[in-house]
Ligand binder design. Structure first.
Ligand code: NAD
Length: 325
């Protein structure tokens, strides 16, 4: 039986990835500081612990896993990453995790690893025009990410690729672009735009106005979790190292995203634009490289993923109402 290790298995993408690997017949060990928040883990074995701790890493990376997915990171939505208040913590935590996991895998002769970098690694100067952001993989240099989270991702990409060059490991690096779906953080400040907007629309009555950070004209693309996992496993099982974008090319403004969610909910929703952390003006995935190297790219419409996500968040919001009643 093939074996897989998922670091960050208590998180949003890691939790979904464990379920997928189990469906494929793997024996899976998950590692995280916490169990998944909204559903029981599907992992055969789940170790709770801190990957910043080298002793813990050596204890849980105790065999030659066939596939290792390194997704653990100090993550957050715009409200956590872009204020500047968490910069030192974000950089220290995520870099330490990556250094530990990669070196322990090397010493255990694990060969095949996946690392999740981010579109936040792209330079801010290419993302000032909301209609024409530039996110081809080669545009990451000269580097100028707009957050320390993005700088740490660049460092760790290079770390994974250096172990490939110097130690013959099969490391693969993807740059994820705004992944969303059910079982993701939807409240508390670390949630991303699709989840935050679904929550606000679910809680609103038809005719209400909801708060939107910024002028609503900033652009993004959003990728549904199932296609993220498809790209992730395809990349790890290919001979392509990356870095390569895993994202959607269906770019929308934040206002358009609100309108789509309101339409799915069947509500008339007005927008109140307020000051808040918004990140770069425009960002979209560029899928030429993934299409060329993997013969595949995400293609599902945004609306379909939002329908699944809205249904799940709507149920969470109203379950909370029932508890409060
Ligand atoms: P998430 O926050 O839900 O999952 C990350 C998990 O890592 C969390 O469960 C957290 O507890 C765990 N973790 C943090 N520090 C740890 C430590 N010291 N030891 C053990 N576990 C620790 O985030 P996610 O959305 O599932 O993202 C997974 C990966 O993909 C991250 O590396 C993230 O940077 C990257 N990424 C995600 C997106 C996105 O849109 N979700 C976009 C770009 C990149």
């Amino acid at each position: 039986m093939k074996t897989a290790l998922v670091c960050g298995a208590g998180g949003f993408i890691g939790g979904h990835l464990v379920r997928r690997l189990k469906q494929e017949g793997f024996w899976v060990r998950g590692i995280d500081l916490k169990f998944p928040e909204y559903a029981e883990t599907h992992a055969d074995d789940f170790a709770i612990g801190d990957l910043r701790d080298g002793y813990f890493c050596r204890a849980v990376i105790d065999r030659r896993f066939d596939e290792v997915y390194q997704l653990a990171a100090d993550m957050g939505g715009a409200g956590y990453i872009f204020t500047g208040e968490n910069d030192a913590t974000i950089m220290h935590n995520s870099a330490t995790i990556n250094l530990n996991v990669l070196d322990t895998c090397h010493k255990r002769s694990v060969r095949t690893l996946f690392y999740s970098s981010s579109a936040c690694a792209y330079p801010a100067y290419n993302q000032e025009d909301p209609d024409n952001p530039r996110c081809s993989e080669d545009s990451a240099y000269p580097a100028a990410p707009d957050s320390e989270y993005g700088w740490e991702k660049l460092f760790s990409e290079r770390l994974f690729l250096a172990y490939r060059r110097n130690h013959g490991m099969q490391t693969h690096v993807a740059r994820y672009h705004n992944i969303f779906g059910p079982l993701g953080t939807w409240q508390g400040g670390r949630e991303k735009a699709p989840a935050a907007i679904c929550r606000k629309v679910a809680a609103a009555r038809s005719g209400d106005a909801i708060d939107i950070w910024g002028d609503g004209r900033q652009t993004r693309s959003f990728l549904y979790i199932d296609e993220c996992l498809e790209g992730t496993t395809r990349l790890l099982r290919s001979n392509f190292a990356g870095p390569v974008n895993i994202g959607s090319e269906e770019m929308v403004t934040i206002d358009q995203l609100v309108d789509l969610v309101a339409d799915i909910a069947g509500k008339r929703i007005d927008k109140r634009h307020i000051t808040g952390p918004t990140g770069v003006r425009g960002r979209n995935s560029d899928n030429r490289l993934i299409r060329d190297r993997l013969g595949w790219a995400p293609s599902a419409p945004l609306r379909r993923g939002l329908e699944h996500t809205y249904a799940w968040i709507d149920a969470q919001v109203h379950a909370n109402d029932r508890l409060a009643a």
